[in-house]
Design a protein around this ligand. Structure first.
Ligand code: SAM
Ligand code: DTB
Ligand code: SF4
Length: 343
């Protein structure tokens, strides 16, 4: 245990992060758990639910993604943007099943002004009107879009860096890392929480994993939410034949994330269904505070509700902590009440 464990720092180096990642496993998990308990209630596990509000046909060529129009061999039914009333009804169903946060994903390269974005704003108002946290992931956006999302009451914007700046060109060719960072800055400038993380198991090195965490952990403030995905290798994508990661690699990644961003919410995201119940619990011990709940992620299967019922019964966990960051607390309540009245 280092004297400085748990102190919020923004001056991490890649080598320091790599050294933490490579610690003997029990020391790594033990230190991460100590930091986790200092900053979070270890019994709280937030359930988040995901919905693909616009599926497939995306012009980007992200190598991992089944929704890219470049990967023609993938079997996926495209769908146009869903209707807001239907989305809010699905959020209410997820809430009744225990979800506290509702995340809506669109297979867009970027947000454009117009009726579709207006419909997404209506979805955000509706989800907030239910009393749930609302998160959207819509690709790149401009500052004025962030302003409108903030006005609609959005809790967080998900925009992942996915991997290190060095490895990024191997994974995505249709946009740059810099464009990703510009969108994050636009979101931040309007006081919306950042949900920003990545994927392991795409053929990257451990140094790439440390390098991605370095980009996140040197942000001031740190992203409030850091989703960690293990690649779901989908047939027809360029990464289809990559072997699955060992669950303990995800445990190491969670623990390292917890050590370098002590106060952030770490979310166990895609790839969880391949892990044993015990490996998932080890991720929670190592510092994860949330997981995606429900039968599907965006387009691929998640751990089933039955299996998760057993997981939660074993844990006897409490619901997650509500968003308490000053930015989230200052979200306009007026807008939420208007949405309730419309519903
Ligand atoms: N189009 C938007 C964008 O990319 O910013 C939002 C939707 S995109 C599907 C959201 C995130 O899902 C990606 O950034 C990536 O981290 C994750 N993701 C997509 N496909 C995945 C896969 N096969 N395995 C793991 N994570 C995946
Ligand atoms: C995140 O980091 N993981 C979620 C959420 N943010 C949007 C998405 C996972 C998608 C997995 C592949 C799919 O189901 O299409
Ligand atoms: Fe499009 Fe997002 Fe998939 Fe990339 S990750 S292809 S931007 S939906």
């Amino acid at each position: 245990m280092s004297r400085l464990d748990g102190v919020l720092r923004h001056d991490w180096t890649i080598d320091e992060i790599r050294a933490l990642h490579d610690l003997p496993l029990l020391e790594l998990v033990g230190r991460a758990n100590a930091v986790h308990r200092r900053h979070h209630d270890p019994n709280q596990v937030q359930k988040a639910s995901l919905l693909s509000i616009k599926t497939g046909g995306c012009p980007e060529n992200c190598a991992y993604c089944p929704q890219s129009a470049h990967h023609r061999e993938v079997e996926l039914d495209r769908d146009k943007l869903m209707n807001p009333a239907q989305v809010v009804a699905m959020a209410a169903t997820a809430q009744a099943a225990g979800a506290e946060r509702f995340c809506m994903g669109a297979a867009w390269r970027q947000v454009r002004d117009g009726a579709e974005f207006d419909a997404v704003l209506e979805m955000v108002r509706g989800v907030r009107g239910l009393g749930m946290e609302a998160c959207v992931t819509l690709g790149m956006l401009q500052p004025h879009h962030a302003a409108q999302l903030a006005e609609a009451g959005l809790t967080a914007y998900n925009h992942n860096l996915d991997t290190s700046p060095e490895y990024y060109p191997q994974i995505v060719g249709t946009r740059t890392y810099g464009e990703r960072l510009d969108t994050l800055a636009s979101v931040r400038s309007h006081g919306i929480d950042l949900c920003c993380g990545g994927i392991i198991g795409m053929g990257e090195s451990v140094r790439d994993r440390a390098s991605m965490l370095h980009v996140l952990a040197t942000m001031t403030p740190h992203p409030e939410s850091v989703p960690l995905n293990a690649l779901v290798a989908v047939a027809g994508t360029p990464l289809a034949d990559l072997p699955p990661i060992d669950g303990l690699e995800l445990v190491r990644m969670v623990a390292t994330t917890r050590l370098v961003m002590p106060a952030s919410t770490v979310r166990l995201s895609a790839g969880r269904s391949r892990l044993s119940r015990e490996a998932q619990i080890l991720c929670l011990v190592a510092g994860a505070n949330s997981l995606f709940y429900g039968d599907t992620l965006l387009t691929t299967p998640n751990a089933g509700l039955g299996e998760d019922g057993e997981l939660f019964a074993a844990l006897r966990a409490l619901p997650g902590a509500p968003e308490t960051t000053p930015a989230a607390a200052a979200r306009p309540r007026r807008t939420v009440l208007m949405a309730t009245a419309q519903a």
